[in-house]
Design a protein around this ligand. Structure first.
Ligand SMILES: Cc1cc2nc3c(=O)[nH]c(=O)nc-3n(C[C@H](O)[C@H](O)[C@H](O)COP(=O)(O)O)c2cc1C
Ligand code: SF4
Length: 682
């Protein structure tokens, strides 16, 4: 066996620990915890990355060391002894695959809410509110400091007892750096003012931790070395802190962050989403490495292997974090090693993963349905033990392409029929927003996989029942998608245009525009963004409590930015009732769900509406009586991941089911999950 010369595949020695290559996943809380514990879902998630060849997985994100650091997004309870065996299981499993396991520990300080966990008061260096989590923290007292320093040390000891390879402390936007930053430390005692004073708390923590875990255990710190904030930690002070930590002998690596995170708009600069610059802080992290001559880790939208390789080859980093990249594809390293780089499923930066943890769910990848579902959905699809089926998939949108891919991986003979001349369905529409163009990666990756698997796509076939039957299938998947529908109006249905008309460029925006969105997802907001950026006067009207409720905090930022910069008026709690023509203008009548008496009018040139999609299911209903199962699906069996299709019609010659928006208006992930969860059962 020849040894690879790929810089990414070279081992790295950190103290006594040899990391087998240079690729890591930085800590991120996927909100898979159960009662604050990393149980099976958590373990399988990290195990998959270990199987995929990663050298180091930094578990948790912000595992909390104290009870008065209430969990803000499913954080693990590092303050509890109960966590030790759960973490030991993860460490043991990952170690079997040669993957090192560490964990990020923190006290969230002001970056949480008081009405969570044990309802204990939220605290910070000074009583400065954090807008993102909305608590007004109390100023930390002497007895809090004593207690929390002890909590850090005890938590570190627990991690050591669990057999982890090391820990890192979180010091950007949390309690530790709350002391460092002039933006959040207004103290006049020995913990405020000079840099020595502001470093006193973290010094106390590190001293206590070292005393608890000894000199050999690996301890790092993930820190903002420049808050990029006029009132925050300057680059000079930040790099000075990094230098002092490196020289202190108390830490073994620095994981470098640039920016601050007290508001979603700022968070997207630290964790850029699609349409934002790639690897924006890589050079800065390299500068810190040069200034400190110390091991430096870093992650921020280094989503592709070429950039990661450059980061290591050029000596900017010692370990490169590809965190969301591994949420999209946990087998990156294995594919590099096997010369299959082209098969890596790309992270398209949609940040559905991160947005979901604040929307009450676990992290899910927009186009990898297996992530976070490792217990039931495989990342590597095995061949079917059953008979080889002849499958016809109708529709080459994301759901249809995924169904074709999964069925072909299972070994079935698959053909795809697509009504238009191009694959991609609604993704092509979404990607017309220049900022979201990367979404096309979802389509391109699948097209490349289908080519590899030898699956033909027949374009420009608006399939009727005969077209499908002519292929003599024994399995038919309807993935025909949906079409924009109007909301119910008392009058004027014929006077409005849809968000799709605007996005597709079929209708040019003419101001003033009233855009009514009672769906609350990307399509309405994309139309609004395109209208606003065309310089057209716009009012967005929503019947909801806040606009675009289906869009999470990170994805909200670019829309809100476009609206703020273009003076877009946003009106909530308001419903579009009717539209009428008046001369050259349209008059929109608005009402309220809260009062029958409320009424207002807007005189505009154009009314654009967004009300989700209506399924294009004619073909499904045409084929339904001819199918073996009459279209019926046993959902209980589907949930158990057992064959959900039972025969009901002895005359039927094929099994039939529909997926994605051909069933009802949903999103990309739902369609891809449908395709996967059915596909692997055949
Ligand atoms: C779902 C999710 C949760 C995260 N939670 C944390 C966290 O608790 N602590 C932390 O330091 N970083 C957290 N991050 C940030 C990641 O560690 C990483 O810095 C970020 O995703 C940028 O790297 P990437 O572009 O390689 O994904 C989180 C990221 C994601 C996607
Ligand atoms: S949801 Fe988007 S950003 Fe997150 S891992 Fe998947 S592709 Fe990447």
């Amino acid at each position: 066996m020849t040894l690879s010369k790929d810089p990414l595949l070279q081992p790295y020695r950190l103290k006594h620990l040899t990391l087998k290559n240079r690729i890591m996943s930085t800590s991120h809380e996927p909100a898979y915890s159960e009662d604050g514990m990393p149980k099976d879902r958590y373990r399988l998630y990290h195990l998959e990355k270990a199987k995929g060849g990663m050298a180091l997985t930094m578990t948790a994100g912000s595992a909390i060391v104290s009870e008065d650091s209430p969990p803000a997004f499913g954080n693990l309870y590092a303050y509890s002894d109960e966590i030790v065996p759960w973490l030991r299981n993860i460490a043991d499993d990952c170690h079997e695959h040669g993957c090192a396991v560490m964990i990020q520990l923190t006290h969230l300080g002001r970056r949480t809410g008081w009405n969570k966990g044990d309802w204990l008061p939220v605290l910070s260096a000074s009583p400065v509110r954090e807008p993102a989590h909305r608590a007004f923290p109390k100023e930390i007292e002497d007895w809090d400091i004593e207690r929390i320093v002890g909590d850090y040390a005890a938590a570190a000891q627990r991690m050591q007892a669990a057999g982890l390879d090391g820990i890192e402390f979180e010091a950007y936007g949390h309690l530790m750096d709350g002391f460092w930053s002039p933006a959040t430390n207004r103290r006049e005692d020995e913990f405020g003012g000079s840099l020595d004073n502001r470093l006193r708390f973290s010094d106390m923590v590190l001293d206590a931790v070292r005393k608890a875990v000894g000199p050999d255990f690996i301890v790092g710190i993930r820190m903002a070395a420049d808050e990029d904030w006029d009132i925050g930690l300057s680059r000079e002070e930040g790099v000075e802190i990094a230098r002092r930590l490196a020289d202190s002998g108390k830490v073994d690596f620095l994981n470098i962050i640039r920016g601050h995170i007290d508001h979603d708009a700022h968070l997207t600069k630290v964790i850029p989403i699609q349409g934002m610059a790639a690897s924006p802080h890589l050079d800065f992290a390299g500068d810190v490495r040069a200034a400190t001559k110390f091991p430096v880790f870093h992650a921020a939208r280094i989503a592709d292997v070429a950039t990661a390789r450059h980061a290591i080859a050029e000596g900017k980093l010692d370990m490169v974090g590809m965190t969301r990249a591994h949420i999209a594809d946990p087998h990156i390293v294995r594919k590099i090693e096997e010369g299959r780089e082209a098969q890596i499923r790309p992270c398209v930066g949609a940040t559905y993963c991160l947005d979901r943890i604040y929307e009450g769910g676990g992290a899910l990848c927009i186009h990898n349905a297996a992530t976070g579902r490792e217990a039931t959905i495989p990342h590597v699809i095995s061949k079917s033990p059953g008979p080889r089926r002849k499958a016809v998939v109708v529709g080459a949108g994301p759901s249809g392409l995924e169904a074709a891919r999964v069925l072909a991986e299972r070994g079935h003979a698959v053909e795809v029929l697509e009504a238009t001349g191009e694959a991609g369905g609604q993704i092509l529409l979404a990607a017309r927003n220049p900022r979201r163009r990367e979404l096309v990666g979802i389509v391109d990756w699948r097209l490349a996989e289908l080519e590899r698997l030898g699956v033909p796509i027949h374009y420009n076939v608006f399939a009727g029942g005969d077209d499908v039957l002519a292929l003599d299938p024994d399995l038919v998947v309807i993935a025909t998608g949906g079409i924009a529908q109007n909301p119910e109006l008392e009058a004027g249905d014929d006077l409005v245009v849809s968000s799709w008309d605007i996005i597709a460029g079929a209708v040019k925006p003419e101001g003033p525009v009233l855009l009514y969105d009672d769906n609350g997802a990307h399509s309405g907001m994309t139309a609004a963004e395109l209208i606003a950026k065309a310089g057209v006067e716009l009012e967005v009207v929503s019947p909801e409590r806040f606009f675009a409720p289906e869009i999470g905090g990170m994805n909200h930022v670019p829309y809100a930015k476009a609206f703020a910069e273009r003076n877009v008026r946003v009106t909530i709690n308001t419903r579009l009732k009717a539209v009428r023509r008046d001369g050259n203008a349209l008059v929109a009548t608005l009402g309220s769900d809260f009062s029958a008496d409320a009424s207002a009018e807007r005189r505009v040139a154009q009314v654009v509406v967004e009300h989700g999609t209506m399924p294009m299911a004619d073909l499904y209903f045409e084929l339904k009586p001819l199918s073996r199962n009459l279209g019926a699906v046993d959902y209980k069996a589907l949930i158990r991941q057992e064959n959900p299709i039972q025969p009901r019609n002895p005359e039927g010659t094929f099994d039939l089911f529909r997926i994605g928006d051909a069933v009802h208006s949903r999103n990309i992930h739902a369609g891809i999950y449908d395709a996967m969860r059915y596909g692997v059962l055949f």
